[in-house]
Design a protein around this ligand. Structure first.
Ligand code: GLA
Length: 334
């Protein structure tokens, strides 16, 4: 085993449009952002020992891992989940984690930890396979039935581009971001009860699909066949959101940023009314952002129930929050 210091890092992500569509094989349009989780240290044979600048307790476990869900402290479950999914292919690792992605803010700090862990433990697969591995790790270790958007964005990010992802085909089309716009993220509140409310949404979408088939293929006219009005509204969000993602990608490509911004507002309203993942604070933050000069659009981003809003604005807009840039995928850095 070499004692060479190695460093691996993964970006977080912000989703520009297309939320709660990935787990029904729909469309999303996120980008990897210039906030990172980094793991630095040395490979070992069969022990994983990690400290974190953000967490008081050390993570320590032996390979192979059978029950990642019982690793303590909790942040270690993401790492252990990845190790468990890698099975015999995982190396041990001893080192330190640092992270400047705000945790629990809906910017995929957990996916970034999974991706950086997969690289540190020696995963050699391609971007799509690595994302699938990390998604399985999250399902297994923390029990959240998440889609693939977060892991795939962190594993496939492209500098200066958002990613149009078809979550059924797992195909990725990088879309160049216009030079003269800025993307600003505003943190609103720590997310709450996400796992249970998220799982409920996943179930409701599955119920809708039992009645009208895959939502990614369903026409709006089919929604009337769904008798349960809550389930119908969830499905209406997904069907309309997939179309907005398609249109948004075209608008970015043709430079129609004003219309793209309007779609973000429609997306927010749909998440608020039909999918019910927004909060009063997020609604008022979106309302005050879109009242600012130079703002094209704003919306809640990610799983919801707290977290962040994302704003699309011209370069002159004067906004609270932080400007993010689209960056490349998770990789070894030295
Ligand atoms: C979370 C999940 C993703 C996705 C978003 C909502 O971030 O991890 O898979 O479902 O919520 O778009």
């Amino acid at each position: 085993m070499s004692h060479k210091q190695l460093s691996f890092r993964s970006p977080g992500r912000v989703n520009l449009i297309g939320d709660h569509t990935d787990y029904t094989g729909g469309l999303v349009l996120p980008m990897a952002i210039d906030r990172y989780t980094t793991i630095t240290g040395t490979r070992t044979k069969s022990t994983v020992v990690l400290s974190s600048q953000n967490e008081p307790e050390l993570v320590e476990f032996q390979l192979p891992v059978d029950r990642p869900e019982s690793v303590s402290p909790k942040w270690g479950r993401y790492v252990a989940g990845v190790a468990a999914e890698m099975q015999d292919a995982a190396f041990g690792f001893s080192g330190e984690v640092s992270c400047d992605i705000p945790i629990g803010a809906g910017l995929s700090s957990s996916a970034a930890l999974e991706l950086a862990s997969a690289l540190a433990l020696g995963d050699k697969s391609n971007a799509v396979e690595r994302a699938k591995l990390c998604q399985r790790a999250e399902h297994r270790a923390v029990g959240v039935p998440c889609g693939i958007m977060d892991q795939l964005t962190c594993s496939a990010g492209v500098r200066d581009h958002a990613l149009l992802i078809d979550c059924h085909e797992l195909s990725i089309t990088p879309i160049k971001l216009p030079n003269d716009v800025k993307i600003v993220v505003q943190f609103i509140a720590q997310r709450e009860l996400v796992a249970s409310k998220y799982s409920e949404r996943v179930k409701q979408c599955a119920q809708a699909e039992q009645i009208i088939g895959p939502l990614r293929l369903a026409p709006e006219s089919a929604l009337l066949e769904i008798a349960d009005l809550n389930v119908r509204r969830r499905a209406r969000h997904v069907v309309s959101e997939n179309q907005r993602v398609r249109d948004f990608a075209t608008m970015l490509q043709t430079g129609d940023i004003r219309s793209a911004g309007e779609l973000m507002i429609e997306s927010h309203n749909s998440l608020d009314h039909d999918f019910e993942t927004s909060t009063p604070q997020m609604n008022s933050a979106v309302a005050s952002a879109i009242a600012q000069p130079g703002v094209f659009g704003a919306r809640m981003t990610g799983g919801g129930f707290g977290g962040c809003i994302v704003i699309l604005a011209d370069a002159t807009a004067n906004l609270d929050g932080w400007q993010v840039r689209a960056v490349n995928a998770a990789s070894q850095i030295d």
